[in-house]
Structure formats: structure tokens, C-alpha cells
Design a protein around this ligand. Structure first.
Ligand code: ADP
Ligand code: MG
Length: 260
């Protein structure tokens, strides 16, 4: 049966300041949703809260994966339950090679005693790196250390292709990518597309959606989802920007600020 990720009335604070003010969003495995919106509207906060970043306090609401509240799980349990978060700014880990990191992450998802066979791992790694047009050296380099922006993003998609989570939450996966890297990254996501994979693709540019056609598009403003539609919504945003939504809502400022 297809898994479902439900975000219900999610309120999130950072340092006592409310950033998310009741986000509702449901995504089924097999679907790709885009979350769009101008800067400062709470998109990254949504991603961080789902994955359990310690600075983000959930004050109200829930996030359910197949009916289970993942907000009560530790971060590693969330990953084991099948969630993957690609970060807007992935961290560098010196001393851990990319390949070691991937293998540990994959083994962490499996039962003890059922570790992935080394040959199978290498085969899968080689295949996916080739698909993503990555330099084979990237496997033995330390995680993200000295990686260019584009290499980091490709590496995230590599993690996604190796880990095959139920849901991938990708924050600004397209930022800072040249057109080649954008194409490769999009192809990686499109390859995963199917019954077993759902994704929340957070982007502030519509250009990514020329490569990855979302099933559903959400627009965030002021810490909420203010509009949901199909592909045509992304097309209208590309043609007209966000002003018409602001007019519909009767607001000037889209960002998250106090006293609204
Ligand atoms: P987006 O990803 O849509 O650009 P963010 O979720 O990053 O928006 O930020 C939403 C709002 O939360 C912004 O006003 C931002 O300044 C504020 N914010 C984000 N992170 C922090 C933080 N660590 N401390 C204080 N405020 C933050
Ligand atoms: Mg952001």
C-alpha cells in the first residue's frame, strides 16, 4: 500500500518566534509535490521541522507517516522510517569518505546482520554515480569537503538514489546549479519517480519545474500554504510571478513577521 505523509496544522517557532503558522499538506508515495514561494516565507523551516532539526520547536500540529507521528521520533528513526532530507546547505564531514558515509547510512536502514554486501554496494554506487555523471573520485573524497555547489547537489541525489527513501524532501536542490548539473539532478529525481517514491521539492525558482513536472504545486506565504494547484499553477507563477496571489490575499508582505 502507498505510504502517506501528512502535515497537519504545523506551527513552528525558532527562538520563540513563530515561523510556521499552521501548514497543512498531504503527499502520497508516487507523487511529486513542489513547494514554491518567495524567500522568507517558511519553506526551509518546513523541511527542517519535518526532519527534526533541534532549533525548530514544533508548538502545535503533527506530521504523520502512515498515521504515525514522526515528530515523536529521533532524527535517525525518521530516516529509518523512510524520510530523506536534502539540505539547502549540506554539511561537510572531514575524515568520512563519501562511500563510507553512504554504506553506513544504508546499513542503518537495515536489520542488524543484514548489512549490504560490499560488492552489491559498489555495483549500485558505480551505476548511480555514472548515471549522475559524477567523477569516480567523488566516492573516496571526504563527505562534501571541498565539493563545489553542483557536486554537493549531485551528491545529495546520489544519496537519494542509494537510500531509496519513501519520501525525499529536497530544499532548493536547484540553487546554484548550472544547466548541466540541473539536468542531471532532475534526471536523477525523475528516475526515482514511481510508485515507491514521493517527493516534496522546495524551490523558489520555477525553472526546476521545467525538468521535473510536479503532480501538485503549493505556494507558501507568511508561514502557511496559501495556494495549492496542479502544473498550471507553476506555469502561471512563471508567467506572472507572485503578485496576483498577494492581491488575492490582500497582502503586501509575504514574509514571516510578527503580529500578523
Ligand atoms: P524560506 O526557506 O522560505 O526562504 P525560511 O524558512 O528559511 O524561509 O525562513 C523563514 C523566516 O524564518 C525568515 O523570516 C527567517 O529570517 C526566519 N528564520 C529562519 N531561520 C531562523 C533562525 N535560525 N533564527 C531566527 N529566524 C530564522
Ligand atoms: Mg529556504
Amino acid at each position: 500500500m502507498a505510504s502517506v505523509l501528512e502535515i497537519k496544522n504545523l506551527h513552528v517557532e525558532i527562538d520563540g518566534k513563530e515561523i510556521l503558522k499552521g501548514v497543512d499538506l498531504t503527499i502520497k508515495q508516487g507523487e511529486i509535490h513542489a513547494v514554491m514561494g518567495p524567500n522568507g516565507t517558511g519553506k526551509s523551516t518546513l523541511a527542517q521541522a519535518i526532519m527534526g532539526h533541534p532549533s525548530y520547536d514544533v508548538t502545535e500540529g503533527e506530521v504523520l507517516l502512515d498515521g504515525e507521528n514522526i515528530l515523536e521520533m529521533e532524527v535517525d528513526e525518521r530516516a529509518q522510517a523512510g524520510l530523506f532530507l536534502g539540505m539547502q546547505y549540506p554539511s561537510e564531514i572531514s575524515g568520512v569518505t563519501n562511500s563510507d558515509f553512504l554504506r553506513s547510512a544504508m546499513n542503518a536502514q537495515r536489520e542488524e546482520g543484514d548489512e549490504i554486501n560490499l560488492m552489491q554496494f559498489i555495483k549500485k554506487l558505480d551505476k548511480n554515480m555514472e548515471y549522475l555523471e559524477m567523477d569516480p573520485d567523488m566516492a573516496t573524497r571526504y563527505l562534501n569537503e571541498g565539493f563545489s555547489g553542483g557536486e554537493k547537489k549531485r551528491n545529495e541525489i546520489l544519496q537519494l538514489m542509494m537510500l531509496e527513501p519513501k519520501f525525499g524532501i529536497l530544499d532548493e536542490i536547484d540553487s546554484g546549479l548550472d544547466i548541466d548539473a540541473l539536468r542531471v539532478v532532475s534526471e536523477g529525481i525523475n528516475k526515482l519517480r514511481g510508485q515507491e517514491f514521493g517527493s516534496l521539492i522546495i524551490t523558489h525558482y520555477q525553472r526546476l519545474l521545467n525538468y521535473i513536472k510536479p503532480d501538485v504545486v503549493h505556494v507558501m506565504m507568511r508561514g502557511k500554504v496559501v495556494k495549492t494547484g496542479g502544473k498550471e499553477l507553476a506555469e502561471r507563477l512563471e508567467a506572472e510571478g507572485y503578485d496576483w496571489i498577494k492581491e488575492e490575499l490582500g497582502i503586501d508582505d509575504v514574509t514571516v513577521t510578527e503580529d500578523k
